[in-house]
Design a protein. Structure first.
Length: 411
């Protein structure tokens, strides 16, 4: 029997029990659709992590103090301490050569007002290296000058979201805006970054020099001299991150006179470790989701094997008759294997369509990130073929091993 005859015979046999064939293929349809959706979600999540890495910087360390500000510069709960100072940043810059960039900062919430427009946003008081560490670029105008940093100038840079809400299509550079109760001159705007890895709007901010923030935006709070909330560090080489972190922790413990056994009054966060942890979690979740989809495929494959075994039992006389008129065992084996493959391939094709639609719906209306590409479709097609071959071979082999004389005796 050639391939065309085998295929026609398989189609004829499946059409004779079309409802049973459809029900048998449901397991494969569900399994393939689940594989596509689950893998697409896993890939989408991984891309979100990559976006997070590019937004935060993989060679970055954040040193956080024990206290800070609430919205609008108001002090936090009673007893909150501001344990980091600008001197700590200067000491790190001097004593830890692996650190390439150092920037101390303050932050808080505020209202930005221009004419009749206003926007509720966040302000950041920063040092010069903050822009390099966070990869912020100037879209229009200019950045801060050395004089702006030294003299606590009332100069401000606007994020794209704030610029759009305050000025629309109007040029913002050179205009006067009120940040809180203080008038500032817009010296430039920042290039948009869009949504961050944690879902926040990165462009919803205004940036001022650090000393300006301390004098003009922290309100009436009794801020200790030189106090900052955070020191952000950029390390030159990724291999030096762990070493630099140890050196920084030792240096700050020495500067803050923390005795052995006492708790640190600061916390060093390694962005690479945070991202690695999230990546590992995502990988484990992807494996779990893939296992669930794999179980669906196994169930579908077992259904195919079961139906094919039933088909062999029902068609013993037909098999005996074919062998009696000259069909070889290999012809019988190929015929039943073709039937199993046809069920699996039809179920796989329908499953691919449903999986692609399902992935699109999850990405369109759900909260999970989805990335569907050709490799996922190819993977699903491969699973479909493998399922038909694996679970169809045993029934096909059993049919080919029947004795034709004994088969013809069956009623």
């Amino acid at each position: 029997m050639n391939f065309g005859e085998i295929l026609r015979t398989a189609v004829f046999a499946l059409r004779g029990n079309w409802l049973r064939s459809v029900l048998t293929s449901l397991g494969v349809i569900i399994g393939i659709a689940a594989v596509i959706v689950m893998v697409s979600v896993g890939q989408g999540t991984q891309k979100e992590i990559d976006k997070l890495v590019s937004g935060l910087g993989s060679n970055r360390l954040d040193v956080m103090g024990a206290g800070g500000f609430g919205g609008g510069g108001a002090r936090l709960a009673a007893g909150a301490r501001y344990t980091l100072v600008e001197g700590d940043a200067a000491a790190i810059r001097k004593e830890v050569p692996e650190v390439q960039y150092v920037a101390a900062s303050l932050r808080g919430g505020t209202q930005a007002v221009y004419a009749e427009n206003n926007a509720s946003t966040q302000w950041q008081g920063v040092q010069p290296d903050w822009f390099d560490i966070n990869e912020w670029k100037i879209a229009s105008g200019s950045g801060f000058s050395s004089r702006d940093y030294d003299s606590a100038a009332k100069s401000v840079l606007l994020g794209e979201t704030v610029r759009r809400e305050l000025f629309g299509d109007e040029d913002a550079v050179g205009q006067s805006v009120r940040i809180g109760r203080v008038p500032f001159t817009v010296v430039g705007t920042l290039q948009p970054k869009g949504q961050g890895g944690f879902g926040q709007d990165q462009d919803d901010l205004v940036v001022v020099p650090l000393e300006t923030a301390r004098r003009r935006l922290t309100g009436a709070t009794a801020l200790p001299s030189g106090a900052v909330q955070q020191i952000t560090l950029g390390v030159g080489r990724a291999d030096d991150l762990s070493y630099a972190q140890d050196e920084i922790e030792a240096l700050l413990r020495q500067r803050h006179r923390i005795q052995p056994g006492e708790d640190d009054d600061f916390n060093v966060r390694n962005i690479a470790e945070v991202v690695a942890t999230r990546t590992q979690t995502t990988r484990l979740m992807s494996l779990l989701l893939g296992a669930v989809a794999g179980i669906s495929l196994i169930v579908g494959g077992i259904g195919i094997m079961n139906i094919m075994l039933v088909s062999v039992t029902e068609r013993i006389r037909e098999i005996g008759l074919r062998m009696a008129v000259g069909a070889r065992p290999s012809d019988v084996r190929r015929q039943f294997l073709a039937e199993a493959m046809l069920i699996s391939l039809i179920g796989g094709a329908v499953g691919i369509v449903l999986g692609a639609v399902g992935a699109w719906l999850v990405g369109r209306f759900g909260s999970l990130p989805v990335a569907l590409d050709g490799k996922v479709i190819a993977l699903a097609a491969g699973f479909s073929i493998a399922t038909g071959l694996f679970f169809g071979y045993y029934p096909a082999r059993k049919a080919s091993l029947l004795d034709p004389i004994e088969a013809l005796r069956q009623q």
